[in-house]
Design a protein around this ligand. Structure first.
Ligand SMILES: Cc1cc2nc3c(=O)[nH]c(=O)nc-3n(C[C@H](O)[C@H](O)[C@H](O)COP(=O)(O)O)c2cc1C
Length: 196
């Protein structure tokens, strides 16, 4: 069955991201079309990138990198739950993404963002990053407003219509996650046949 990781993109004490990610996970888990798992980058204690070789070479040495790589490799697709910090994503999420390369390749991603204008500027930046990692990012996204989907910018009370937005994004994400598994199988086969 397709496996989707729902990645909590904030590590800040008192973060809103955890409640948002748990809400996405609750909606997703009722669908029955994929296995959905919460992935909290906080649990991986990643320092600022501390690998000698560029991640695209796959020469990981640090135990935290290997553990993070094993987790990310286990999924067919991802939901990035991202805050907007200074019109981009969080440094913690960008750093966690930067640690790896092949583990992201030929997978799919969808976005759930939050901020004063729904975190949409953070997602636009993430879409550029996804292109470099060969991740197919779906069009539908969930943009949660700090003004109308939260009380006092901190108690998460999403509008009822946002559930439909999550499901539309997940419809696209599961379709592409399944399709790209075929691409990965072809790539693995081609690599094995060429002996590289
Ligand atoms: C460093 C920092 C920068 C921020 N910059 C923006 C911003 O540019 N646009 C915006 O809409 N909200 C901004 N915010 C507000 C955050 O979107 C809001 O606090 C959100 O809850 C942060 O996510 P988190 O609680 O999961 O860490 C910023 C917050 C922080 C901490």
């Amino acid at each position: 069955m397709t496996r989707i990781g729902i990645i909590i993109g904030s590590t800040r004490p008192g973060r809103n991201g955890e409640a948002v990610a748990r809400w996405v996970h609750d909606i997703a888990s009722k669908r029955g079309d994929a296995e959905y798992h919460l992935v909290d980058i906080k649990d991986f204690d990643l320092p600022h990138l501390d690998e000698m070789a560029p991640p695209s070479l796959g020469q990981y040495t640090q135990p935290h990198t290997l553990r993070w790589a094993e987790e990310i490799a286990s999924y067919d697709g991802y939901v990035f739950v991202t805050p907007e910090y200074n019109h981009s994503t969080s440094g913690a999420l960008k750093n966690a993404i930067d640690f790896l390369y092949a583990e992201w390749n030929n997978k799919a991603a969808g976005f759930v963002s939050y901020g004063s204008v729904g975190g949409t500027r953070a997602v636009e930046h993430l879409r550029l990053v996804m292109a470099e990692l060969q991740v197919a990012d779906v069009r539908a996204q969930v943009a949660l407003s700090l003004f109308t989907d939260f009380e006092n910018f901190s108690a998460f009370k999403p509008g009822a219509h946002q559930v439909d937005a999550v499901n539309t994004m997940l419809d696209q994400l599961t379709a592409w996650s399944g399709a790209l598994a075929t691409v990965r199988a072809d790539t693995t086969m081609a690599t094995a046949q060429s002996g590289t």
